[in-house]
Design a binder for this molecule. Structure first.
Ligand code: MIG
Length: 765
């Protein structure tokens, strides 16, 4: 195409890639975002007729008209999507030159696609402004927004230039693989058109043909990578604060959890544990004996996670800085000096994570915290966020030497966070090969899910932010980042008892469940406000703890297929377009519907209940969806609904993972005419033996008719045998004592509780 080359490739039956390369640039698709480079598609038919080329995979087809060059996609049903705008298609434009920089970056690139009436956009990663993205302008450029985030902000800490489009129950997706400053204009400037542009680089985009939303996410996460299995303990409750200031404070927090029997698995040390904020050091006055402290906490079942920032203090007596300087591991200024800026430690240098040698060096530095017993690493400030000017990032012309192919910061800015998380994960993996790494990150790019979980950074202790987190977490799940959570209770500012309690009612259903708050704010541990709040929060946290086998099962589904853990209603009900606008409710897996209370004083709320039969968890009331209901939800009884006939696996109450054997396993079932099922996934909870078949997958079905309920537990698949003796069926809302109960054909004496209308059946494992 003139001075440019355009390549269109079919990578999988439902995945195409388009690349536009200017002025003889090499056709290069390597990208830090992409996990899978090699695709083998054998069944592609190409044809050419009437000035049009076409590639057909059987499931989908791309049509390329040559003059002018326009590209559109079609699936087997004849649905046309991702169609180039007839006027504009794709191309590039020179930007005004300011100094040398624009020249180095080259021209800006842009792609125009038609926006058919009724097509609705979702995704775009970490966003504050609601679920749907139609008619919006989206910026992809990682920043640490001053004063935390608010609904008016566009881009935040993490960038995922990916959309999912929905119409009539069918989905397609588009990912722009470009790490420069990226913008999407989604039927915003022009209702009939959307554009996808970048400030430089090659124009490379991937089209996911669906047609199901599930298959779009499946392919997208095959391309950019899946969420690795979490260690089981990481699904528990995490408690943090900026900061637990010394060993005794941390000890006393741990002690309170255990004394009050409130579940907690993980404790965090924020920046004050370090010596003058020097990364990979300890302040020996505050923390005289870290290994001893951590061992003590481990005894009580806690894991300890420490924060690491990228900024390395410029200090001639500090080993980490000296090593980095000697070996040239830091980012450079345009004229070759070490780039410096101010962060917590004062003047700092910043590792160039684009270089594999730097990543390996940084990684090896994690030996010390691991030797001290640290269980995971918290990567913060990795946009990177800098203090001069306040809340800025690196100038565009900072140089990253990389592995011999130097880049300007403007070209890789959005990758800095992901690369730091990658270095961290690879280190934990290498240093503790039998453990599943635990890494948490604030910043990243598409593909971050391979390296770390994401928390949404600095929210406020405001009701508005509690509300905002609900669509925000769903957007992330739709963008491949499923292991996510917002700071429970709110970070900045003082929380209050009602807000904290309502936040906990939602937070216990976040894939990542952590309470965190800023320096000088009111304490917000679950006991901070006494009764009745403490007991309510404890009840909710116990519920999460009991739900771990369910959460783990959903997590494994995500690991295998990219399905979000916390998912929008339309993920399960794409044919019901009412769900496209439901942003203040979500599903956890497919069997739990959560509609949090997010306003002060509210004791009722509207809930849209999607198709199917559902049961209100607290009252057992049966609801037929689709329907709009007014749910009563006093403090302590947030609207939670369980899908009929779906067995929900529950553990007994525990204060932390592994406190005692998870025996019995309870299968909670609300029966109603029809059938349901769940395939329970279990494994050792850490390590990699599951990859050799050391797991257990067990399909459990429930079939309910007018006069009988049949529950079947299939044979276990896989070689893992859970260490327990009993499985209890807890069958709720059984209107009358059953005439008979049979277990494997043997009649047993029914155990029926009139008051709770519950039938218990005890089975051997
Ligand atoms: O400039 O380490 O988002 O969670 O507590 C603030 C202190 C730096 C920002 C993180 C927050 C953390 C805080 N950090």
């Amino acid at each position: 195409a003139g001075t440019a080359t355009v390549e269109v490739a079919a990578l999988a039956p439902d995945l195409f890639r388009v690349g536009l390369f200017l002025n003889g640039r090499p056709l290069d698709y390597t990208s830090e975002a992409i996990a899978k480079m090699e695709w083998e598609l054998t069944q592609v038919q190409s044809s050419s007729a009437n000035g049009e080329l076409s590639l057909c995979t059987g499931a989908a087809r791309v049509r390329i008209s040559l003059d002018p060059l326009r590209i559109r996609f079609e699936d087997a049903s004849g649905r046309v999507f991702a169609e180039d705008d007839p006027e504009r298609g794709m191309g590039f434009f020179a930007r005004p030159k300011v100094g040398g920089r624009e020249e180095a970056l080259g021209p800006a690139v842009r792609l125009y696609k038609r926006h058919p009436a009724g097509e609705r956009y979702f995704g775009c990663g970490e966003r504050t402004g609601g679920l749907e993205k139609t008619a919006s302008h989206q910026i992809f450029w990682n920043i640490d927004p001053p004063g935390g985030h608010n609904p008016g902000h566009n881009n935040l800490y993490t960038s995922i230039p990916f959309i999912v489009a929905m119409q009539d129950g069918k989905a397609w997706g588009l990912f722009l693989a470009n790490t420069y400053h990226v913008e999407f204009d989604l039927a915003h400037e022009d209702v009939d058109c959307s554009w996808f542009g970048a400030a430089g680089g090659d124009l490379i985009y991937y089209v996911f043909c669906g047609p199901s939303i599930r298959s779009v996410l499946d392919r997208y996460t095959e391309l950019t990578g899946r969420t690795p299995m979490a260690p089981l303990w990481a699904l528990g409750y995490h408690q943090s604060r900026y900061s637990y200031m010394d060993a005794d404070e941390l000890r006393s927090v741990a002690h309170e959890f255990r004394r009050r029997r409130i579940p907690c698995d993980v404790l965090y040390l924020d920046i004050h544990y370090m010596d003058g904020y020097r990364v990979f050091t300890w302040d020996r006055e505050r923390f005289p004996d870290p290994p001893q402290l951590i061992a003590e906490l481990q005894e009580q079942g806690f894991h300890v996670v420490t924060i690491i920032d990228p900024g390395v203090k410029v200090d001639d007596r500090y080993q980490v800085y000296l090593e980095g300087r000697e070996q040239d591991f830091f980012c450079k200024t345009a004229d070759g000096g070490e780039y410096h800026n101010v962060v917590w430690p004062g003047l700092c240098a910043f590792p160039d994570f684009t270089s594999s040698a730097t990543r390996a060096w940084w990684g090896s530095r994690h030996q010390a915290p691991l030797d001290d017993g640290v269980a995971g690493i918290w990567c913060d400030m990795n946009e990177p966020s800098l203090f001069v000017p306040f809340h800025s990032t690196m100038p565009d012309d900072v140089v990253h030497l990389g592995d011999g192919d130097p880049k300007l910061h403007a070209q890789i800015h959005n990758l800095y966070g992901s690369l730091m998380a990658r270095a961290t994960r690879e280190a934990l993996q290498a240093l503790c090969p039998d453990r599943r790494p635990f890494v948490i990150s604030r910043s990243g790019f598409a593909g971050l899910q391979r390296h770390a979980l994401l928390w949404t950074g600095d929210n406020n202790s405001w009701w508005e932010h509690l509300w905002m987190s609900v669509p925000q977490l769903q957007n992330l799940g739709l963008s491949g980042l499923a292991w996510v959570g917002a700071d429970i209770g709110g970070f900045f500012g003082d929380t209050n008892p009602e807000l904290l309690t309502r936040w906990m009612e939602l937070g216990v259903f976040q894939p990542f469940c952590r309470n965190h708050s800023a320096l000088d704010t009111r304490r917000q541990e679950p006991w901070a406000f006494g009764e009745p709040y403490e007991s309510i929060m404890k009840k909710m946290m116990q519920l999460r703890q009991r739900l771990i086998p369910y959460l783990y099962t959903v997590f494994e589904e995500c690991h295998r297929t990219g399905a979000p853990i916390l998912r929008p209603l339309f993920f399960e009900n794409p044919d019901d377009e009412t769900t496209y606008a439901v942003e203040d409710e979500f599903l956890l897996g497919s069997a739990l519907l959560i509609a949090p209370i997010t306003r002060h004083g509210d004791e009722y709320r509207h809930v849209y209940v999607p198709e199917g039969t559902w049961f209100h968890l607290w009252s057992g009331k049966q609801i037929e969806g689709p329907s709009h209901i007014l749910a009563e939800a006093p403090l302590g009884e947030p609207p939670i609904y369980v899908r009929a006939n779906t067995p929900i696996p529950l553990w007994p109450e525990m204060s932390h993972v592994g406190e005692r054997p998870a025996d019995p396993l309870t299968l909670l079932i609300f029966p109603a005419a029809g059938q349901g099922e769940l395939t329970l996934y279990e494994d050792a909870g850490d390590g990699y033996d599951y990859q050799q078949g050391f797991y257990s997958r067990r399909r459990i079905t429930c079939e309910t008719s007018v006069d009988q309920i049949i529950v079947r537990l299939d044979e276990r698949k896989g070689s893992f045998v859970p260490e327990r003796k009993e499985v209890h069926l807890e069958i709720r809302e059984v209107p009358a004592p059953p005439e008979s109960v049979h277990v494997n054909g043997q009649q047993i004496v029914p155990e029926y509780d009139d008051g709770r209308r519950t039938l218990i059946v005890r089975l051997p494992e």
